[in-house]
Design a protein around this ligand. Structure first.
Ligand code: PXL
Length: 289
């Protein structure tokens, strides 16, 4: 079992004059806890030039149990953003491609999944980190089911690294996850299904004093563990974890190094969380400083 501490000196040393570049394809979460905002803040903290292409806008509804009001971005506008980004920084730019690492967050509809899958297939990114956001509270369930199936069919096969939480790991693996052994089994199963490196997150959902995640890349299985900070989930933890993995991969870290750094980054961010009037406090990406 590995317990990692975050090292701000190593972080400063990584701040090269010409930063690595990373793209997040994600939704806006208006209160700034999750989504593209969390991704960009994480990229910046880790010394990476961040780009966000938005798929949807989520505004919690304080009048209605903080449910998610979900508005998709027009498909043409999503395609336009991806075209601009890949032309400016990707293989199509004429200059050497500096953008070989992308994170996928909330896509939110089958149409958006198709649009993004087309770009991913054409752009041939080296690192495709998928945070498989399956369900958005407030979305119509039938619609969410279509979205889940499209994500599994069209995006998961293109991912090189996937970061399911407890619920998403059960859905992707088809296994019930009740303890560390079943979390390990799910991580192995998701790797077999996708070919991707997997970081399956137990978070606060598994009993015990520690927040435990399972890393599996087809060869190495490692349990990443840190003492739980309370028993309530924090907004932005999943987004920031996947974004930190993305940033580290963009800087050239190995997948296992990226996972360890990301776990330490998120643990420090949860310890220093920002209190919110919404049901969840928000992770503070500046927490490690
Ligand atoms: O934490 C998952 C998530 C991702 N992306 C967006 C969100 C949320 C949860 O609220 O709103 C845009």
């Amino acid at each position: 079992m590995t317990s990692t501490a975050f090292d701000p000196a190593a972080l400063a040393a990584s701040d090269a004059a010409t930063p690595a570049v990373a793209l997040t394809i994600a939704g806006s979460e208006a209160t700034g806890g999750a989504g593209a905002q969390a991704d960009l803040k994480t990229f910046q903290e880790l010394g990476v030039f961040g780009i966000a292409n938005l798929t949807c806008i989520v505004s919690f509804d304080p009048q209605n149990n903080w449910n998610h009001r979900f508005v998709p971005i027009d498909q043409q506008v999503i395609a336009d953003q991806l075209e601009a980004t890949t032309a400016a920084y990707g293989a199509a730019s004429g200059a050497p491609s500096v953008l070989d690492t992308v994170k996928i967050g909330m896509l939110g509809s089958p149409a958006t999944i198709s649009t993004v899958a087309t770009t991913l297939a054409a752009a041939a990114f080296t690192n495709v980190v998928l945070d498989p956001v399956l369900i958005c509270k407030g979305q119509e369930p039938g619609h969410a089911l279509d979205t889940d199936q499209a994500l599994k069919a069209q995006i998961l096969p293109l991912a090189t690294f996937v970061t399911p939480n407890h619920f998403e790991a059960e859905s992707l693996s088809g296994l019930e996850i009740t303890d560390l052994a079943s979390l390990k089994a799910a991580a192995v199963r998701i790797h077999e299904l996708s070919g991707a490196t997997v970081l399956a997150k137990g978070g606060v959902r598994l009993a015990g004093p520690d927040a435990v995640d399972v890393y599996y890349d087809g060869e190495t299985l490692e349990v990443l563990s840190a003492p739980k900070v309370g028993e309530v989930a924090v907004s932005g933890a999943g987004c920031s974890l996947a974004a930190a993995i993305t940033a580290e991969l963009a800087k050239g870290a190995t997948p296992l190094e990226a996972a360890r750094t990301a776990k330490a980054f998120v643990t420090a961010g949860i310890r220093n969380r920002v209190a919110s009037g919404a049901p969840f406090d928000a992770l503070w990406q500046g927490g490690p400083r």
